[in-house]
Design a protein around this ligand. Sequence first.
Ligand code: SF4
Length: 360
Amino acid sequence: MKNFVPEEIVVERGSEGSLIYRNLRLALPQVPLRLVEDISTANGNGDFGAAKKTLLLARHKGEFLKKCPGSEGQVCCNYYVVNFASNCSMDCSYCYLQEYLAQNPALKVFSNVDDLMAEADNLLTKHPRFFFRIGTGEITDSLALDPYIGFAREVVPFFAQQPNVLLELKTKSDCVDGLLGLDPRERVVVSWSMNPQRVIDTDEHGTASLEERLRAARRCQEAGYRLGFHFDPMIEYPGWEDDYRRLVEEIFATVDWRRISWLSLGVLRQTPGLKRTMRERFPRTELLTGEQVPCPDGKLRYFQPLRVEMYRKMFRWIRRQAPTVKIYLCMESKEVWEQVFGYAPSCEKELGNQLTNFGF
Ligand code: SF4
């Protein structure tokens, strides 16, 4: 994977004493750095692609943790997200951040990691009987910037000590060096979004190749981490069956499925606004050509019978290799769940419990 290097680092005054600042300076001494009083003056001119070239560092002033908003009318998996950064150094054509962060596209890392851990500590201590799943990859990639900011090295030891949480680090990179040598104590899941190499080549720009992702997953498994894989977004195209079946086989030939905490399936989904942005930024992508229908949450997805067929086939291929691995659908309706698995979780807590229950 070609490592992203920012053209400039802009630091808001007050963040110079942070560990993240020190890590950035050590890892990128050659990149020009500018100190500013107010980071909002350096938020870019609204150009989404250009904003990815400058890395901003500032304190986060609001709350770090929130419940994953899910999607209206879809089964939710009761997940919490912690936002340690905003936007992503990679550039997938279908990335929903192009719409979600359109007004604030700056590539930003937050320097007050101690506040993040204090907030998490507070939540976990307040609800000792509840088992949490917390992820860091909602509005950024969990690991792509890690070689520079060393975030994982700061938070993995903290989460590893907690009795009632699983931290998920979700990525399309192979930046796992910072994780090796730490002891995750069964509390950290490193997960990859997976697609056949053909989709990576055409639509996942700047990300690690399939081979690099698999190698990184193997290294994490050997270092004691649990793993996750997200087949999301699945793309339908002529020959998709062969590519996805082979993808499933390659994963299980590389890692031990008994160390996989969960797999998820989800098809391509777009809003009309995201489609417009994709048309402007990636006019040659083929993801704009397939037929999609509007769903109750306002997103466009493949026609339901096609989605069900795709999920059923994946389910079958996975089950052949991993008889009891946990599989869930991301942002799908109860109706689709029932057609694929023969049941749907009665509530979000039930699904959350199923995903965290692996024999503590
Ligand atoms: S890796 Fe994820 S966050 Fe980054 S551009 Fe791709 S879809 Fe967006």
